[in-house]
Design a binder for this molecule. Sequence first.
Ligand code: NAP
Length: 266
Amino acid sequence: MTIKIAIAGARGRMGTAAVQAINEASDMELVAILDYKYEGMYLHGSDVTDTPGGVPIYETLESLTADTLPDVLLELTNPDAVYKNMHDALTYGIRPVVGTSGLSLKSISQLAELADEKRIGGIIAPNFSIGAVLMMKFSAMAARYLNDVEIIEMHHDQKIDAPSGTAMKTAEMIMDVREPHCQGHPGEKETEEGARGADIDGMKIHSVRLPGFLAHQQVLLGAPGEMLTIRHDSFDRKCFMPGVLLAIREVMKKESLIYGLENIIE
Ligand code: NAP
């Protein structure tokens, strides 16, 4: 069976890599683009033109579904657009596979309820890289024993949201296995606001944004007399594509919303 896919965010950096990966997958077909502009035009590679023959572009799922009904919407846009696109996809019976960061836990739980109601699968993957998912799993495993944790995530300077979805997901996976507690000196004071980073359940998350980085994360687990550092580096967006294709194939078998690729990788 060929899986029919629409992409939101196809002109972006992740979207461009995903278009190429899907075009190279023999069991998938890119049938439509969801955008907020260029209705009626066509995507040819990474160029938008009015020449027919490329992938048609639509500004709403209403106009898109009037022409074609994809099985999956791959969502790679930005934190402002992702909730609506995902909500609309579930409403139209299209399985969302979402890489965009910035969805709150409350939004995820509302979307999970909608997926249950519609009995339709969806996958939210804060990180599509298999190596990064293993980094998160290893961190949660280690935090059962070394449970003072700080996370340093480093991304390119065009990333809008902070902390990254991967850092938040790592913290949530650690929260599942350790008791919440205050870390550092109980009386510590910041002489410059933000110096200690964001506080998630006692864990600190520090976000670095610099040109030159793509996506990197270190999880530091400290205990008296020792420290374990677990680090993952993404050097090229190609590292996300095996996870994108895996999520698209797996979502076809699901009837609820899965949050995190670690739930489909044994
Ligand atoms: P990007 O290069 O900025 O691409 C985003 C694209 O989405 C842009 O072309 C943008 O158009 C378009 N867009 C904005 N609003 C839209 C809407 N309402 N409908 C359709 N398209 C819309 O960003 P990126 O680096 O590709 O990253 C995209 C998202 O994926 C980010 O949230 C990023 O954090 C996340 N990400 C996830 C992973 C993962 O493994 N899960 C990995 C890397 C990145 P304009 O340029 O016209 O604004």
